[in-house]
Write a protein that binds this ligand. Structure first.
Ligand SMILES: C=CC1=C(C)c2cc3[nH]c(cc4nc(cc5[nH]c(cc1n2)c(C)c5CCC(=O)O)C(CCC(=O)O)=C4C)c(C)c3C=C
Ligand SMILES: [Fe+2]
Ligand SMILES: [Fe+2]
Length: 365
């Protein structure tokens, strides 16, 4: 049994650039066993829970995985689409549309979606890129703001898989785009369209996924990147200081997480007499459990119960044309120097190198 995965012979036709689009991942089904499998993989990642594994794993396996899966599965059932989990459905459509926008723009690259946890896995997506002949890969995570628990964990998974390869591809990775004009403009356009259809609220709440405060104290740039996105979005919308607030959601466990917390803020606003709010979750390019259940359903319920009168959730960017165009722009910018060599996807300029390496292979065959 060879130590590394077997390789297909190198041919001229196989040289291509591929994009590995990555998102977090989601259960295969809205059931307790499928949610348990997903949470086990997710919460065993030391990038996600930074408690020493000898302390954390007994808590995870003994307590959390015996209680949370059934509870979370019930929540997933509230948002599940006929085609599957929203996070997967929207991420898959983003991958397909990104490939077609790039191809229409003269950049024919293969795009594969890989989920950090669950399916389709990052190793499977990388195998598909390899089978398509991609020997240059751009990793593009659907995380505009850098966090070690998401972005660095993606890098861990990609690089771990590469340790099994004999012939590794050239590799690039987008690590952050919290201030990319295409991303900010798409967010601003989605808010303006929402206001044109439904009217303007008293306040706009921008809710980002939370992180333990300790991670920021240890140097994670996530908080600053969320604040940057939020401020740029507010500027693009000409919002006054008291017209919006950036908050953090999805707290997990008892430690302090980034503040202010989303739902307590909504309740405090309602109690202070704010009647009409809109909520957007700019850090989630695809709608998912955390936006659809926790915010659009749970946040609304809390706001109304505390005396608020009108709560509107502004959907994630999902398949918006301007967002797919922004992703294509980000990809093209990061692919600089790779695409020039292969304007038609057929890398003439490196044909000579290919011919030599194929020749050497033949000699040893
Ligand atoms: C220790 C816990 C967690 C950290 C740290 C964390 C960071 C983090 N997560 C996202 C994006 C998503 N998280 C989602 C779900 C989710 N997150 C956690 C915990 C942590 N996240 C849990 C336990 C769950 C599962 C749901 C539940 O049981 O409550 C999702 C949605 C997944 C879906 O299937 O729809 C996303 C997306 C980011 C961006 C982030 C760090 C910045
Ligand atoms: Fe999360
Ligand atoms: Fe949540």
């Amino acid at each position: 049994m060879p130590r590394f995965l077997p390789e297909q012979p190198l041919t001229e036709a196989t040289a291509r650039t591929g994009i590995l689009l990555v998102n977090l991942g989601t259960p295969d089904a809205p059931t307790a066993p499928a949610t348990r499998r997903y949470l086990k993989e997710f919460l065993s990642d030391p990038r996600v829970v930074e408690i020493p594994q000898a302390v954390w794993l007994p808590i995870l396996n003994g307590v959390i995985l015996n209680t949370r899966p059934a509870r979370s599965a019930k929540l997933y059932r509230k948002i599940w689409l006929p085609e599957g989990s929203p996070l997967l459905v929207y991420s898959q459509r983003q991958a397909q549309k990104l490939a077609s926008v790039l191809a229409d723009g003269g950049t024919p690259v293969t795009v594969e979606l890989g989920m950090r946890y669950g399916n389709p896995s990052i190793p499977d997506a990388m195998a598909r890129l390899k089978a398509a002949g991609c020997d240059r890969i751009l990793v593009l995570p659907l995380y505009p703001q850098y966090a070690a628990s998401t972005t660095a964990s993606t890098f861990d998974a990609v690089s771990r898989e590469l340790t099994r390869y004999r012939r590794i591809p050239a590799l690039r990775m987008v690590t952050r785009y919290p201030d990319h004009p295409g991303y900010i403009d798409a967010l601003a356009a989605s808010v303006r369209e929402h206001w044109a259809a439904h009217g303007k609220p008293e306040r706009l709440l921008m809710s980002f996924h939370g992180l333990p405060k300790r991670s920021i104290d240890l140097g994670d740039p996530y908080y600053h990147e969320c604040q940057l996105t939020g401020r740029l979005l507010a500027d693009a919308l000409d919002l006054p200081e008291d017209g919006y607030l950036i908050t953090y959601q999805s707290r997990f466990g008892r430690a302090e997480w980034l503040q202010p917390y989303t739902v307590p803020t909504l309740e405090a606003w309602a109690k202070a007499g704010i009647k009409r709010v809109d909520v957007i979750c700019p850090g989630f390019p695809a709608d998912c459990l955390e936006t659809l259940e926790e915010i659009a359903m749970g946040g609304k319920e809390s706001f109304l119960a505390a005396g608020g009168e009108q709560f509107r959730y502004i959907p994630a960017l999902n398949e918006r044309e301007d967002w797919i165009a922004a992703l294509a722009r980000i990809a093209r910018e990061e692919l600089g120097g790779w695409l020039e060599a292969s304007p038609t996807g057929n890398p003439e300029s490196i044909t000579g190198i290919r011919a030599v390496s194929v020749g050497v292979q033949d000699e040893w065959a």
